[in-house]
Write a new protein. Sequence first.
Length: 158
Amino acid sequence: MDIAGTGKSYLIKAIRKKLSIMERDRSKVSVKVIASTGVVTFNINISLIHSTLSISIFNNKYSDLDSKRLKQLQERLKNVIYFIIDKKSMVGRRMLALVNKRLREAFPENKNEPFSGWSIILFGDFGQLLPVLDFPMYANNISYNTISNDGIASYKNF
């Protein structure tokens, strides 16, 4: 169980540092830690999934980015090669599908690969908090929401 004080923040920092050292000889050395809730973003320099990937939090629909915002996203992520998603239990199928879809949109040269070829590391405990208004990413039940069903496929890529 993901209990406070177990060293998860320390471990994320250590993984971030190790991956950066391993990639030092390349031009891309960035590890981006993201989470679905603002409460966890203060502890270890975590960004919100929504703001990092330009995903709207106000509506339930996915929309492609205009060319200006797409260029900004590509510039912001150009040196990122690893995404660590913290509090994985709170990231539902729909959100995982949106992460996959946004990365494929931003980097179309690899759009046939899951997450457009980016390395995604899920961190946390599925036994903790459930996602809000979404199914857990591992749930196999069929939804009326196509994006949610795409999330099942995204999760199975792990």
